[in-house]
Design a protein around this ligand. Structure first.
Ligand SMILES: NC(=O)c1ccc[n+]([C@@H]2O[C@H](COP(=O)([O-])OP(=O)(O)OC[C@H]3O[C@@H](n4cnc5c(N)ncnc54)[C@H](OP(=O)(O)O)[C@@H]3O)[C@@H](O)[C@H]2O)c1
Length: 257
């Protein structure tokens, strides 16, 4: 193995990715398996989790386990944790990635149901999962928790305010969990900017005539990210390459102003 391979090696580690069936989660799960990890793919749609798990297994030779879960539902999270530990005996890396940011017409049109759904998925679920798994990681001698947040939490957009607030809560959670589960478990925020996944289709970039010709011209890199561009940052936080990094925010956002 080369020097970098060694640094980012995840051989025989177990990586659980919520929202691992599509988008950034799928990229991170694939990459973890490429580095030697067995993976748990969890989302609401079991069929797409199974498909992704099968693709990962056949392409990398690693074990991949699919589990159906709604991360916004507290009472379903024990089941995910138990199933993962039953299958693999441990979880070394938890990636709290499942998230959503529904748009709305005006702040007064935001219903309590929408607000609760956004907070439940982006904040409440990660809190509960991190608590359940963080405690077990400590008992098992260590681990890494990665909370996938958004630059929207630093620059709140009025069109996604409940989401921005939930992700800001997730940033706070990272710092507190790093204190709670250190020194053996590291907890970090991976803060994404605009990436071209299913989530970004809701931005409707093609049809909004008021948008400038390049809607990403305000970013230093002047473009949106390709899903695979999340991998380097995710592998850094998952692996021993980040052994002295905890409670931090790593931005992969093309350079937001
Ligand atoms: N893409 C961006 O521009 C961007 C920017 C900033 C931050 N982020 C953050 O990055 C993360 C991944 O985003 P993405 O763009 O990859 O999203 P995506 O393409 O829409 O994929 C979302 C994933 O989460 C799962 N999911 C959604 N709701 C769920 C629920 N209630 N319970 C369990 N799983 C659920 C989906 O599977 P099912 O539908 O099967 O449940 C899917 O696997 C999110 O936390 C998002 O907030 C993304």
């Amino acid at each position: 193995m080369g020097y970098a391979d060694d640094l980012f090696d995840l051989t025989d580690r177990v990586v659980l990715v919520t929202g691992g069936s599509r988008g950034l989660g799928r990229e991170m799960a694939f990459a973890a398996a490429e580095c030697g990890a067995d993976v748990v793919i969890a989302s609401r749609d079991l069929e797409s989790c199974v498909m992704t798990a099968e693709e990962i297994s056949s392409s990398t030779g690693r074990a991949a386990f699919a589990h159906k879960v709604h991360v916004g539902r507290w009472d379903q999270l024990d089941g995910l944790v138990d199933a993962s530990y039953d299958r693999f005996g441990r979880v070394d890396v938890l990636i709290n990635n499942a998230g959503m940011s529904p748009l709305y017409d005006s702040l007064t049109s935001v219903t309590e149901k929408l607000f609760d759904a956004v907070v439940n998925l982006n904040l409440k679920g990660p809190f509960r999962l991190s608590s359940l798994i963080g405690e077990r990681m400590v008992a098992d001698g260590g681990g890494s928790i990665i909370n996938v947040s958004s630059t929207g939490s630093l620059r709140p957009d009025p069109h996604m305010l409940p989401y921005a607030a939930a992700k800001a809560g997730l940033n706070a959670l990272t710092e507190g969990l790093a204190k709670a589960y250190g020194p053996t478990v590291r907890v970090n925020t991976l803060m994404a900017g605009p990436f071209l996944t299913d989530i970004s289709k809701a931005w409707d970039l093609g049809t909004q005539s008021e948008l400038p010709s390049n809607p990403f011209s305000g970013l230093d890199l002047q473009r949106a990210g390709r899903p695979a561009e999340i991998i380097g940052a995710a592998l850094f936080l998952a692996s021993d390459a980040s052994s002295f990094t905890t409670g931090s925010i790593l931005r992969a956002d093309g350079g937001i102003p």
